[in-house]
Design a protein around this ligand. Structure first.
Ligand SMILES: NC(=O)c1ccc[n+]([C@@H]2O[C@H](COP(=O)([O-])OP(=O)(O)OC[C@H]3O[C@@H](n4cnc5c(N)ncnc54)[C@H](OP(=O)(O)O)[C@@H]3O)[C@@H](O)[C@H]2O)c1
Length: 375
């Protein structure tokens, strides 16, 4: 920064403040940046009258250009001598465009403050090394946990070669998730439903079992004004291809992709009919008469998906938990009971598996919300 020097504590507080803003900005394209994470960059300079933001950037839809490129373009000459706040270590590898670390050097940025580290071996430590070698001051790991939380899908896919799995369920006050044969039972209110739409908008895919499709006929889309085009792909576990052509899922296939994970032996006529309607199939292996979930997740990662929202039902939720494939648990709980004939939830707030820590509690109108994550 060009302005008067700050003492160490004041500088650290300022760095946290602008990094928090960069992390908030990075949410804008979450779920829309393909295999790249949605990164935020803010360029700040101080010419003596206090810090001023001169450039902001978020990874573009589709994954490119990167956030640094966008922010530097906006800042222009004002980037010279400024500080860049980046939520992920700037990239260091040459593709068709030069690495972001070099772009920051070429723009004359004096200081780079970074948050999360990139596990990609082409970047890890190398982006910062390019900056330091060019005389740029580098401060690492400012709000690193918060930034990593925001790009958990990307980090999980890089490290575990599978998408981050969030299990989301809505429970009645007596711990039930529905009633057999009753179709979709309203458990939570409108405000909680809107939060679910937001969660969907930031995910790469929603996954449910065929039991839920046959029982509820859900659309599994984002129905928030202004975000209707943010519905992620829907994935159905359906070994025998029981998915009805008349379902809401199939009728919306021209707007939102729909994948069916079916086994090879399933009826080829049903498969052909659904393919004609636009449904895509993912060939699966089976294990103990169920879709083999680790292999399926690997295939989803190969399709570029970094975050999957598992929305039930009971059997599918239980299977993901049993196979230790859940990274994040989100439980909504409504105020009303369903009663003895309800379907018991495979999980509740008092029975969270070991290794998870509670991240937050919230309220959405009459409904409560709790979220747990695994490091
Ligand atoms: N409150 C909530 O949050 C919530 C959310 C969703 C659903 N629900 C309720 O849950 C009920 C449906 O639950 P459900 O347990 O019957 O059905 P489900 O979990 O949605 O689907 C189960 C079916 O998925 C298929 N499947 C394929 N691979 C699987 C695997 N690895 N693990 C588990 N299943 C696999 C199986 O059918 P095939 O063998 O034919 O492939 C299995 O019978 C409905 O009443 C619905 O309203 C509630």
């Amino acid at each position: 920064m060009v302005g008067p020097p700050l003492d160490e504590a004041a500088q650290a507080a300022l760095d946290r403040r602008f990094m928090a803003a960069a992390i908030r900005l990075s949410r804008r394209n979450a779920g829309r940046t393909s295999t790249n994470p949605s990164v935020g960059t803010i360029i700040v300079r101080d010419d003596g009258a206090g810090p001023m933001i001169v450039g902001t950037g978020v990874t573009a839809v589709g994954g490119r250009p990167h956030a640094e490129t966008e922010a530097l373009a906006e800042a222009g000459d004002l980037a010279r001598g400024a500080t860049a706040y980046v939520t992920l270590e700037p990239c260091a590898h040459h593709g068709r465009t030069p690495p972001c670390a070099n772009a920051l050097v070429n723009a004359g940025v004096a200081r780079v403050v970074g948050a999360a580290s990139d596990p990609d071996p082409r970047v890890s430590g190398k982006g910062y090394a390019i900056l330091r070698a060019a005389g740029v001051e580098v401060v690492e790991k400012v709000l690193a946990t918060e930034a990593a939380e925001q790009m958990a899908g990307y980090l999980t896919r890089s490290l575990k070669k599978r998408p981050e799995v969030t299990l989301k369920l809505a429970l009645s006050s007596d711990g039930k998730i529905g009633r057999k044969g009753a179709g979709q039972v309203a458990i939570t209110g409108e405000i909680a439903r809107r939060d679910v739409y937001l969660m969907r908008a930031e995910a790469d895919a929603i996954l449910v079992g065929i039991g839920t499709v046959l029982e509820d006929d859900p659309a599994l889309t984002v129905r928030l004004p202004g975000l209707e085009n943010r519905s992620p792909a829907r994935i159905i576990l359906d070994r025998q291809i029981r998915l009805p052509e008349t379902s809401k899922l199939v009728s919306g296939v021209d707007r939102v992709p729909l994948y069916v994970a079916a086994c090879l032996e399933a009826d080829p006529h049903r498969r052909a009919a659904l393919e004609r309607a636009g449904v895509r199939f993912i060939g699966t292996e089976t294990y103990q008469s169920e879709v083999a979930l680790p292999e399926l997740l690997e295939d989803l990662a190969a399709l570029g998906m970094a975050s999957v929202l598992v929305e039930g039902g009971a059997k599918v939720a239980k299977a993901f938990l049993k196979e230790d494939l859940v990274d994040r648990i989100v439980l909504f709980q409504g105020p009303d009971a369903i009663g003895e004939d309800g379907i018991a939830s495979p999980i509740d707030a008092d029975h969270i598996p070991a290794g998870f820590r509670k991240l937050r509690d919230m309220r959405f109108g009459e409904d409560s919300y709790a979220e747990w994550v695994r490091p």
